[in-house]
Design a protein around this ligand. Structure first.
Ligand code: ATR
Length: 273
C-alpha cells in the first residue's frame, strides 16, 4: 500500500447504489504501473446529495471523478464547462479539474469506439444499435462520428426515433425487425442479459462475418455473445468498453498513455472477488 501525502492526487467514482464497481481496481493498477502518485475511491452518493458531492470535489481539490448511474445527466448543471462530445451526447461520465474549473467529458463515447476498433473500423460500415437509453447515446454518437450508417432498434420505438433525429442515425425500428436490417456491426446497449441468460436478439437474426458487441459485461459471455459466436460472428465483451473508457479518463487528467493490458487484467481480477 503506497503512502498518501498532500501531493497525492485523489480521484474516484460517484454512483448509487454503490454495488460492486471495478473502477478502483482498474485505476489503481494503472497508477501503480505508471508510478503515479494518486489514489482512487468509490463514493456512494444519493441523487439528493449530488450537488453537495460536486461542491466537495471543488473544495477538496479532487483531480477527477467518474460519474456513474444515476448521475450522468444530473451532474451537467454543476459543472463549469462541457467538452464538445459531452455537449453533443448530453451526458457526462467524467469530471476533471482543470485549473479552478470542473470540466465534464464523456469517455463512454471513445470507450465504445476503441473497443470496436479491436475488431473492426466502423467507417463505411452499417451498424445496428439495440436500445435508446443513456448508453445508446454515447455508442450512436461515436458510430455516427466515425462514419458508420447507424440504425437504432428499441423496444419503445418512439425513443429510438427521438434519438435518431437528435444524433444523426439514419433508420429506426423495433427490436423485432433486426432480421430485415443489413449490418456489419451490432451493439447491444439494452440491459437485457445483465446477470441473466437471456438475449435481446433471436439467434436466427445473427449473421456470420459481423462484429457483435455487448455493453453488458456481467456475465462476461452473455447469451447474445454466445449466440453470436455460434452464428460465426465475432463477439466483443462489454469489458472492453469499460476498460477503454477508464483508460481515456486516466489519460485526461494525467496526460500519460494508459496501460490497457494492466487495466484489463485488473478488471478480470476484480470480477473474481
Ligand atoms: P442506460 O442508461 O443504461 O442505457 P436506460 O436509459 O434505462 O439505461 O435504457 C435502458 C435500455 O434498455 C432502453 O433502451 C430500454 O428499452 P425502452 O426504451 O423500451 O425502455 C432497454 N430495455 C430495458 N429492459 C428491456 C427489456 N426487457 N426488453 C427490451 N429492451 C429493454
Amino acid at each position: 500500500m503506497s503512502v498518501t501525502t498532500a501531493q497525492t492526487e485523489v480521484c474516484g467514482i460517484v454512483l448509487h447504489p454503490a454495488g460492486h464497481t471495478r473502477s478502483p481496481a482498474m485505476h489503481k493498477a494503472a497508477y501503480a504501473a505508471l508510478g503515479l502518485d494518486a489514489t482512487y475511491h468509490a463514493f456512494d452518493v444519493r441523487p439528493d446529495s449530488l450537488a453537495a458531492a460536486i461542491a466537495g470535489v471543488r473544495a477538496l481539490g479532487l483531480r477527477q471523478i467518474a460519474v456513474s448511474i444515476p448521475h450522468k445527466e444530473a451532474v451537467l448543471k454543476h459543472l463549469d464547462h462541457l467538452d464538445e462530445t459531452a455537449e453533443a451526447i448530453g451526458a457526462v461520465n467524467t469530471v476533471t479539474r482543470v485549473g479552478d474549473d470542473l470540466v465534464g467529458s464523456n469517455t463512454d463515447y471513445t470507450g465504445a469506439l476503441q473497443a470496436l476498433r479491436r475488431l473492426v473500423e466502423p467507417s463505411g460500415t452499417q451498424a445496428v444499435v439495440l436500445g435508446a437509453g443513456g448508453a445508446a447515446r454515447a455508442v450512436v454518437r461515436g458510430l455516427v462520428d466515425a462514419g458508420a450508417q447507424v440504425c437504432i432498434l428499441n423496444r419503445t420505438q418512439s425513443r429510438a426515433d427521438a434519438l435518431a433525429s437528435e444524433l444523426g442515425a439514419h433508420d429506426t425500428g423495433s427490436l423485432e425487425v433486426l432480421g430485415s436490417r443489413p449490418y456489419d456491426i451490432l451493439v447491444n446497449t439494452t440491459s437485457v442479459g445483465l446477470g441473466d441468460d437471456v438475449s435481446p436478439v433471436k439467434p436466427q437474426d445473427l449473421r456470420a462475418d459481423t462484429v457483435v458487441m455487448d455493453a453488458v459485461y456481467q456475465p462476461e459471455t452473455t447469451r447474445l455473445l454466445a449466440d453470436a459466436a455460434e452464428a460465426g460472428a465475432r463477439p466483443l465483451g462489454g469489458k472492453w468498453m469499460l476498460v477503454y473508457q477508464a483508460a481515456a479518463q486516466l489519460e485526461l487528467w494525467s496526460g500519460r498513455t494508459a496501460p490497457i493490458d494492466v487495466m484489463a487484467q485488473a478488471f478480470d481480477r476484480a470480477g473474481d472477488v
